[in-house]
Design a protein around this ligand. Structure first.
Ligand code: SAM
Length: 258
C-alpha cells in the first residue's frame, strides 16, 4: 500500500516512520510512505504557501495553488485514490474507517497548518476529511501519522504476530481483555488463576468475559454494535445485575434486560 503525504513540515515524519512497525512494514514492502513538501510546488521567489484570510481575522490560511499543484503533480492529473484532509472538522477516525482505508492501494493525505487550507481545496480536491479527536493541534502531521499507523497495523504481515491486531480493542467490537506478564506475583498482586492454569478453553472464556465486562464498564456504547452470542448476553445480564449497572435503553433492549 502506498501513502503519499503532503506537508509543510516533512521532517516531522522521518524519525517516526523509521521506527518499529512502520519501519518494518516499509522494509518488508508492505507499505511505501512518500513525504512531499508542499513548498516545492510554489512558483514565487519567496516560496509562499500561506496568506491572510479574506474578511480579516487572525492567522494565516494555506494557499490553494501549491496544494493542487503538488497533489495533481504526484497523481499525474486528477487523483484516482482517496485524498484525505486531516482536519478537526472531519469524520472521527475509528477502527472501521481504518479498516476501510486498509483495502485501498493508495492514499493521499494532506496536512494542514495555521488556520487550515483554503476552502477550495476541501471542495474540489479532497475526497474525505478525517479527525483524530475533538481537540485542535497545530498541524496535520501527527494526525497523518496516527492514520498511517492505524491503517498499516491492519495490513497482512505488518505486525510481527499475525494475531496481534485480531484481539486488539475494537477489532471485534469490544475492548481488549486485561494483559499480564511475568512475574506471576508482584508486591502481593497475583495474576488471575485462569491465565496461569494452562487450560486454554478456561483462558479463552476468561478473556471473553473480561472483554465484555470492560466494555460494559468503560464503553457501553460499543455493545450496541458488537457481535454477541447467547453466552455473551447471559454473562452481560448477570454482571449488569451484580454490579447494578445502569445500561442505556438501546443496550437494555438488545440484551433483553427489562
Ligand atoms: N482553524 C481550524 C479549525 O478550527 O477547524 C483548525 C486548524 S489547526 C490549528 C491546523 C491543522 O492541524 C488543520 O488544518 C489540520 O490539518 C490539523 N489538525 C488539528 N487538529 C486536528 C485533529 N483533531 N484531527 C485532524 N487534524 C487536525
Amino acid at each position: 500500500m502506498r501513502f503519499d503525504i503532503f506537508s509543510l513540515f516533512p521532517e516531522v515524519f522521518t524519525p517516526y516512520i523509521n521506527t518499529s512497525i512502520l519501519q518494518r512494514a516499509r522494509a518488508n514492502g508492505i507499505i511505501a510512505i512518500n513525504i512531499y513538501n508542499i513548498r516545492d510546488w510554489t512558483t514565487d521567489k519567496h516560496h509562499t504557501t500561506d496568506d491572510t484570510p479574506f474578511g480579516g481575522g487572525g492567522g494565516m490560511v494555506m494557499k490553494p495553488e501549491p496544494i493542487f499543484a503538488a497533489v495533481e503533480g504526484i497523481a499525474d492529473g486528477k487523483p484516482d485514490c482517496p485524498v484525505i484532509l486531516m482536519t478537526p472538522q472531519g469524520r472521527p477516525l475509528t477502527h472501521v474507517i481504518a479498516e476501510q482505508f486498509s483495502r485501498q492501494e493508495r492514499l493521499m493525505i494532506l496536512c494542514g497548518r495555521y488556520e487550515g487550507v483554503d476552502e477550495r481545496v476541501r471542495e474540489h480536491l479532497v475526497s474525505d476529511e478525517i479527525s483524530i479527536g475533538d481537540y485542535v493541534l497545530s498541524g496535520g502531521e501527527l494526525p497523518a501519522l496516527v492514520l498511517v499507523e492505524a491503517v498499516t497495523r491492519l495490513l497482512p504481515g505488518a505486525l510481527g504476530d499475525p494475531d496481534g491486531a485480531f484481539d486488539d480493542s475494537f477489532a471485534n467490537g469490544l475492548l481488549e481483555y486485561p494483559q499480564y506478564t511475568r512475574p506471576p506475583e508482584f508486591r502481593g498482586w497475583n495474576v488471575p488463576e485462569e491465565l496461569v492454569s494452562g487450560n486454554h478453553p478456561a483462558i479463552a472464556r476468561w478473556r471473553r468475559q473480561q472483554s465484555l465486562l470492560r466494555t460494559l464498564q468503560k464503553r457501553p456504547d460499543l455493545l450496541e454494535m458488537a457481535e454477541l452470542n447467547q453466552a455473551d448476553i447471559q454473562y452481560l445480564v448477570k454482571i449488569a445485575e451484580e454490579h447494578a449497572f445502569c445500561l442505556p435503553e438501546a443496550i437494555r433492549k438488545r440484551l433483553d434486560i427489562p
